[in-house]
Design a protein around this ligand. Structure first.
Ligand SMILES: Cc1ncc(COP(=O)(O)O)c(C=O)c1O
Length: 390
């Protein structure tokens, strides 16, 4: 009998276990409130839905160019040019199957087995686990509240040698923190000077609160790779469409890999997504951000009232990351995974334990997603408060 490969022996995405348990609880009790997944509770913007219907009626929807259809690449280029005040050309854009697909392709195109790639801890687990499956060596840099949970040039200077790659996310998952513009520029320059590929995950751009400015790595270095997606701000997770802004040197490798591995990204999603960048869609999407802002305020004021007050500064994205170490005693569980599982069992509220995001301290942290409706967030706080009462 054939055995599974050693490379597939990576950590599972635990949040999907919570997801499964929440579905089961919904089936048996019908009372689930889910703050577990980073998924907006809204569908794609109306112009996208209209365009989808039209595309179904008028297009063959066969294979497309490997890097995506020209009008979509143009729309994405225009979006970045306007957002960041830089010139981006359609040729710079490589459309992919979600940003997840972009990471796999990029890691294969840019890194070899044994290459070292650096990321922040806590951080998005997909980077670590995909890189590990590809045989890369992942160095997680401990990033705490003093640097807003983000890596700095000073931290890179302490590495034994410059890594092949550095991945940053701003706003980040799970903390929601934004890298200061000067620090991002300094990181980009450091990477250029040391032959390190900077991968800048900017998929939460557009979802921000307060006055934190979200700059792009391409404002400093066009040798970096910027990653985008329709999943978050654009409210289109299941359409599985992402993209990269890529320096010319990486394009032939990406072309070879993508054409063999996926042929092209989903055609229907590509035609539909062109309409996501129109003013009508943007104003619908901005209204979602206003809802997230209300939800965020509810959590930031409501969580301390139930005894959860060690919170990361949620500058952007739609998460609150909290340390609940002081609550992990008694009957509610000794780890955040047990605590979340007990919470779901007792109240129907689904949260993500921190184990996916932090391989060291994740047993004492949780992540709450506030991408759902305000009513859901409000009711979750009521149930949490009742549950936490001594
Ligand atoms: C920081 C970050 N990057 C990438 C992804 C993957 O998103 P997608 O593949 O839907 O574009 C996620 C999903 O939650 C994320 O939080």
């Amino acid at each position: 009998m054939r055995h599974e490969s050693q490379r597939s022996n990576i950590q599972t995405f635990h949040v999907m276990d919570v997801w499964k348990a929440a579905i089961e609880r919904q089936r048996t009790h019908g009372d689930v409130l889910t703050l577990a997944a980073g998924q907006p509770s809204t569908p794609a913007p109306k112009p996208v839905l209209r365009t989808t219907h039209e595309a179904l009626d008028t297009h063959l929807l066969g294979y497309t160019e490997t890097f995506g259809i020209a009008p979509l690449r143009e729309a994405i280029a225009e979006y970045h040019s306007t957002k960041s005040g830089i010139e981006v050309d359609a040729d710079d854009v490589v459309v992919t199957t979600g940003s997840s697909g972009a990471f796999t392709l990029l890691f294969l195109a840019a890194f070899d087995v044994g290459d070292t790639v650096v990321m922040a801890r806590p951080g998005y687990p997909g980077y670590r686990n995909t890189l590990t499956a590809l045989g890369c060596k992942v160095i997680e840099i401990d990033c705490g509240p003093d640097t807003r949970f983000q890596p700095t040039v000073a931290m890179l200077e302490e590495l034994p040698e410059p890594p092949a790659g550095l991945i940053v996310a701003s706003p980040a998952n799970p903390t929601g923190t934004v890298i200061d513009p000067d620090e991002l520029a300094a990181l980009a320059r450091w990477c250029d000077d040391h032959g390190t590929l900077l991968v800048s995950d900017e998929i939460y751009h557009g979802i921000g609160y307060g006055d934190q400015v979200m700059t792009s790595a391409w404002e400093t270095s066009r040798e970096s790779v910027v990653v985008g997606s329709v999943s978050k701000y654009f409210s289109m997770t299941g359409w599985r469409l992402g993209w990269m802004l890529v320096p010319p040197g990486l394009r032939p490798a990406l072309q070879r890999l993508a054409s063999n591995m996926t042929v092209c990204p989903p055609a229907l999603s590509q035609y539909a997504a062109i309409a996501a960048f129109t003013p009508e869609s943007r104003s619908e999407l901005d209204s979602h951000v206003q809802r997230y802002a209300v939800n965020r305020e509810l959590l930031l004021s409501g969580l301390p009232e139930v005894g959860i007050s060690d919170l990361a500064p949620a500058d952007g994205a739609f998460y609150v990351y909290a340390d609940i170490g002081h609550l992990l005693e008694g009957t509610r569980g000794a780890t955040s995974t047990q605590w979340c599982s007990r919470l779901l069992q007792d109240t129907g509220v689904a949260l993500a334990p921190g184990v996916d995001f932090d391989t060291v301290r994740g047993d004492r942290t949780i992540r709450l997603s506030f991408a759902g409706s305000t009513a859901e967030v409000r009711e979750s706080l009521v149930r949490l408060s009742r549950w936490m009462r001594p």
